[in-house]
Design a protein around this ligand. Structure first.
Ligand code: GLU
Ligand code: ZN
Length: 275
């Protein structure tokens, strides 16, 4: 078997917080356990929210934690051609939708696994007018008919026994409904880019937080539709604050910068996070 390839794929829309540090340390330790390599990938498709200074800050924080990665680093903002090609490959499985968030929310009678309003398929029955700004959605039922029910290979993540045999479960992408794969504001989406790039980089093991567990159901379906290999998945529990909330950039969780500036060492952080 060839060398395992793992990746840590942050979005440069803020500084890293302790949750990211945990995810990075988890990924590098898994790479070590598996005798593989951990790559850094910058997920900056959101041109409005991503900033070069956060990109530099991420590298600085990871280096401070003692982590290293091969260069050059893949940046998703340089990969739009590949994403367009993947969307084109999906062909008629995609359809244009001009609905605003408000329109989708007003008509929704259920939620997707992220808690967002589930799309009701309106534009599949009533195609948008020519020239309207559109996003492209997956015809989920047809995609499943074409691909069959995909499976997810998942490694247990308790402790560090990442060498154990993967457990396989059937994916349930239907709960995402007709997911947006090409956004209005950028010619791709998180789901499409991550699948295209994991394959392009030969990623064999995806290690990430449990907040992306449900997204995996959609990712393995896209891998089948695009005839890409499926990596093995390991989702770790999320670091929580004292009130048991998950940490997030938008809620202003403290970045790694602050303990660092107040004299906490990288070794202290590693120990606090269990590494
Ligand atoms: N870029 C994503 C994030 O910052 C992670 C992508 C992934 O690990 O699949 O949450
Ligand atoms: Zn629509």
């Amino acid at each position: 078997m060839s060398r395992p390839i793992l990746r840590f794929a942050p979005s440069p829309n803020g500084r890293l917080h302790l949750g990211h540090a945990f995810s990075a340390l988890f990924t590098w330790r898994a790479a070590e356990t598996l005798g593989g390599v951990a790559l850094l990938r910058i997920e900056d498709i959101d041109r409005a929210r991503c900033k070069p200074e956060f990109d530099a800050g991420i590298r600085e924080d990871l280096t401070w934690l003692g982590l290293t990665w091969p260069e050059p680093v893949m940046r998703q903002s340089e990969r739009f051609t590949a994403y367009r090609a993947a969307a084109a490959q999906l062909g008629d499985l995609l359809y244009p939708c001009s609905c605003s968030r408000t329109e989708v929310a007003t008509r929704a009678i259920a939620a997707d696994p992220d808690g967002a309003p589930l799309y009701d398929g309106h534009c599949r029955r009533h195609p948008p007018a020519a020239g309207a700004a559109v996003q492209w959605r997956l015809k989920m039922d047809e995609a499943l008919l074409q691909a069959g029910v995909p499976t997810i290979s998942a490694l247990p993540v308790d402790g560090t026994e990442l060498g154990t045999v993967a457990a396989v479960r059937a994916a349930d992408p239907l709960r995402w409904g007709d997911a947006v794969l090409v956004r209005k504001d950028t010619p791709t989406s998180y789901h499409l880019s991550v699948v295209v790039d994991d394959a392009a980089q030969g990623v064999t093991h995806v290690t990430r937080g449990a907040d992306l567990l449900a997204a995996t159901d959609l990712h393995v379906l896209l891998q089948r539709l695009l005839r890409l290999p499926s990596p093995v998945y390991a989702h770790h529990a999320l670091v929580r604050d004292e009130d048991q909330h998950k940490l997030s950039k938008t809620k202003g969780s403290p970045s790694l910068e602050s303990p660092r500036d107040s004299g906490t060492s990288a070794a202290d952080i590693r120990v606090a996070l269990g590494f």
